[in-house]
Design a protein around this ligand. Structure first.
Ligand code: NAP
Length: 272
């Protein structure tokens, strides 16, 4: 049985993953911003942590390792969606979502790595999104925060492999958590009429889709845990038929763009 450190277990993927891990006999150290746990269990320790508070992240990780003796898996789950056209989103809105989704993930990784390196083992699971692989209208800045998670994770995986530590990024499509609810998703304050048919459409869809997402988070977390427990977890784990379809569509578009300009693009080295 292993010990998992998970950020943001108050609800959604974090809560459901906690429940499933406890059911499988693992130990969970889970963070919530108000310090209250979604459930009580002998193998669950709930700690108060905002991923945007650097000192709290370091202190919480130290206390968690002291209490548990070691941590096997770190899950960076905490995050939220920001809806708005790129031009509509304010600097403050950009800063906050980047600080939470990317900065929070980076902070937790930095706090955990001295312990994982000392152990010579461990696995880091970073929640990205299908939006961390391909951008979509109305989610541009949220996608940027998840692209940042993916770029960092790709480098991290190479850096940590020789140290015996693994990395997996999870790319869910739409799953029925509270992600799209008014409590979670932030809508940019500014609305520009020119984007009514693109980002504006996404804004309307968010309310319509909330509660009707095809993805079952219980099935999603089972796949994530199975992958980590497999002993040979993938680096990239897309979740949901919608995620896989959009990722394959993007790969085909990238390949088509390369082919269309391959000969010209290849012929750009200095002569000789
Ligand atoms: N559900 C989807 O369709 C979907 C799709 C792609 C990716 N994802 C990703 O999956 C992850 C989990 O989201 P979810 O779907 O489970 O959404 P959710 O139901 O809204 O849960 C989000 C969790 O993140 C926590 N959180 C937010 N900001 C935080 C902060 N600054 N510090 C600490 N915790 C914070 C929330 O805690 P509080 O209760 O304190 O607010 C909550 O526990 C996110 O990274 C999200 O981007 C979700």
């Amino acid at each position: 049985m292993s010990t998992w450190f998970i950020t943001g277990i108050s609800r959604g993927f974090g809560r459901i993953m906690t429940e499933e891990l406890l059911r499988r006999g693992h130990t969970v150290i889970g963070t919530t911003r108000n310090g209250k746990g979604p459930l009580e269990h002998d193998n669950l320790r709930v700690v108060s942590m905002d991923v945007n508070d650097p000192d709290q992240v370091v202190a919480t990780m130290q206390a968690a390792v002291q209490a548990a003796g070691h941590i096997d898996v770190v899950v960076n789950n905490a995050g939220y969606g920001l809806v708005g056209a790129v031009e509509e989103v304010s600097d403050a809105e950009v800063d906050h979502v980047m600080a939470t989704n990317f900065g929070g993930t980076h902070r937790v990784i930095k706090a955990a790595l001295p312990f994982l390196r000392a152990q010579g083992s461990g696995h880091i699971v970073n929640f990205s999104s299908v939006g961390g692989f391909t951008g979509s209208a109305g989610f541009g800045i949220y996608c940027a925060s998840k692209f940042a998670v993916e770029g960092m994770s790709e480098a991290l995986a190479v850096e940590l492999k020789p140290l015996g530590i693994g990395v997996t990024i999870v790319e869910p499509g739409y799953f029925r958590t509270e992600f799209l609810s008014h409590d979670s998703a932030v809508v940019a304050v500014a609305h520009i009429p020119a984007y009514a048919d693109t980002a504006g459409q996404t804004r309307s869809n968010v309310n319509a889709v909330d509660g009707r997402q095809a993805g079952d988070p219980a099935k999603g977390v089972a796949v994530i845990i199975d992958a980590v427990e497999s002993g040979n977890p993938p680096f990239r784990l897309p979740l949901g038929a919608d995620s896989i379809a959009r990722i394959e569509q993007k790969m085909a578009h990238v390949q088509a763009d390369i082919e269309a300009w391959r000969s010209r693009a290849m012929a750009t080295a200095f002569d000789g």
